[in-house]
Design a protein around this ligand. Structure first.
Ligand code: GLU
Length: 544
């Protein structure tokens, strides 16, 4: 076979060479050890948890090492492309602090940053592989491939285009010419070398029957048999498959660490082979297991279809702060993050020493209860001004009526929000802004739902003596004293030791007041609640 002739026949328009590409995209000028990573979504526009999670890994690896993190749009599958998706991806991730050093709108010199715009580059390498007898056109129809698969199934043979099933592997130049003349469509397939000599200066990865070995920090060492399939490199429209684009792009864009879903592990031997055949040094790989969810007795993958929490829009609607989501992702990424957080309560999570080795190889478990716990902590650490800012912004979008109340008197709302805030043990009442209305309701007459206190007479009597000027200790002493007159033991311990002769303790007296004032059995510090309500409103509620 005259491979050079075939290469010129298939790609007459290609005049660039791999050497030209090496010159155009030289190794990046970065400090020793700097990592280059990329986030490579298809342009469906829908950024979900399963994508945000690995983007954090990429970003942290690059940032922690003084490297580069870029966005590459994998738009080789036209059916999946969505209008405006790139902006949605960039903005959607930006909301969560994921920022790219390079992307389609911010060229770093290693672009284009979307694969359809790189087709000319892939063709240079396609032509080169054909020239070297490492790729060939395949004219098999969908039907032919389907019957091949059926036969392989019947014979229990390995699936795929290989061995005697690879009908187009050894077509003559004349036969190829004839089909081209007939206008037959073809895909370009890899021609898996059968002997080390066949691939020139690039040795076969499995030379001597060796296995393909992958050392993945997240998965450990994995050994797999080498690839034997003549996989498709270019589809019939000349657009590459993921595999070919991965090798060409990640080499020319000088990616050092490929972070991707572990669904790509099975085809790793093919990628290993492609890098070797193309003469590219191989990058390091970090394969990430999908997020898992407890379902009944078992675990399953977090699903875009079944689990609303998979969509990032859900966090916005529920009112989980962005910091909660970021913080929660860190707990999913590295199990030691929570210990670190306890030791460094005020530190930025970006200073946590992230390690891909500490990732859960089997898939981190997504747990909404845990998310709430994380969020309560995050919100409890915020200042009242910050809570006010985020809560009103949330309410403006998702609960306009509540927004009107919150912003009617900003100083009042901020003061409410500062109850129990600051100090060593801040209150952890709400996990998301969507819970704030129920939590704050009694501070607004429009939202207050009265409840009958067990001892209205005591409440009324207390209304008569309430002194809003009294400091907290005097205020409490007054409740105790009045409680005593109404049969409530002023000392809880004493009451517990011998309840006979008492109606209850001062705790029960306070519970009556709380119910009258807030309409519920638990509330933030009552002294502060009463201060916030103000004398008039407090007395009115106690008298009801
Ligand atoms: N577009 C591929 C995907 O979304 C990218 C995989 C990779 O990061 O290499 O699965």
């Amino acid at each position: 076979m005259d491979w050079i002739k075939l290469a010129d026949r298939l790609y007459p328009q290609v005049d660039g060479t791999p050497d030209d590409m090496e010159r155009k995209y030289p190794p990046r000028n970065l400090p020793e050890g700097a990592k280059v990573t990329r986030f490579a979504p298809s342009p469906t526009g829908f950024i979900h948890m399963g994508a945000l999670f690995p983007s954090f890994v990429c970003m942290r690896l690059a940032r922690d090492s003084g490297g580069v993190f870029f966005l590459r749009i994998e738009d080789t599958d036209e059916k999946r492309a969505v209008e405006g998706a790139v902006a949605q991806i960039v903005e959607g991730l930006n909301d969560y602090g994921v920022r790219f050093d390079e992307c389609a709108v911010n060229d770093g010199g290693y672009g284009p940053y979307s694969q359809r715009a790189r087709v000319g580059i892939y063709h240079i390498y396609a032509k080169e592989l054909v020239r070297r007898g490492l790729a060939y056109p395949c004219f098999c129809s969908e039907d032919a491939l389907a019957s091949m698969r059926a036969e392989q199934e019947a014979e229990k043979a390995n699936f795929g285009y290989h061995g005697r099933w690879a009908k187009c592997r050894d077509l003559s130049l004349e036969s190829i010419e004839e089909r081209l003349q007939n206008g037959e469509m073809f895909v370009l397939r890899l021609r898996v070398p059968t002997s080390p000599a066949a691939c020139g200066r690039h040795p076969l990865p499995d030379e001597g029957g060796r296995m393909v070995v992958l050392d993945d920090p997240a998965k450990g060492r994995i050994e797999m048999p080498p690839n034997e399939i003549d996989h498709v490199l270019l589809k019939s429209d000349g657009v590459p498959t993921y595999h070919f684009a991965h090798a060409v792009d990640d080499h020319l864009m000088r990616v050092t660490h490929v972070v991707r879903g572990d669904e790509w592990l099975a085809t790793y031997p093919l990628h290993h082979m492609l890098f070797d055949l193309l003469g590219f040094p191989r990058p390091k790989y970090i394969h990430i297991a999908p997020l898992m969810k407890q379902d009944g007795g078992g675990k399953r993958k977090l699903s875009k279809r079944k689990d609303p929490e998979c969509a990032l829009s859900w966090y916005a609607e529920q009112g989980y702060p962005v910091d909660t989501v970021r913080e929660y992702i860190m707990t999913l990424l590295n199990s030691n993050f929570e210990d670190w957080r306890r030791a460094n309560p005020a530190s930025d999570s970006n200073t946590f020493p992230f390690s891909p080795k500490k990732m859960n190889a089997a898939g981190a478990l997504f747990d909404l209860q845990k998310l709430d716990d994380v969020s309560k902590n995050v919100i409890s650490r915020m200042t009242a001004e910050e809570v006010y800012r985020q809560l009103t912004a949330w309410a403006e979008r998702f609960d306009p009526g509540f927004h009107t109340l919150l912003s009617r008197d900003p100083a009042y709302t901020e003061a409410l929000l500062s109850i129990g805030r600051g100090g060593a043990k801040p209150r952890k009442d709400i996990a998301r802004w969507g819970e704030a209305k129920a939590y704050l309701s009694f501070f607004f007459d429009e939202l207050f739902t009265p409840a009958a206190p067990p001892d209205p007479a005591f409440c009324k009597a207390y209304a008569g003596i309430y002194d809003p000027e009294a400091p907290q200790d005097e205020w409490f002493a007054a409740i105790k004293a009045l409680g005593g007159q109404y049969g409530y033991c002023p000392d809880v311990k004493q009451y517990k030791a011998d309840p006979s002769g008492w109606k209850g303790s001062v705790a029960d007296a306070s519970a009556s007041l709380r119910l009258a004032l807030t309409g519920r059995e638990s509330s933030p510090d009552m002294f502060q609640v009463m201060q916030m309500l103000g004398q008039e409103r407090a007395i009115k509620r106690l008298m009801m």
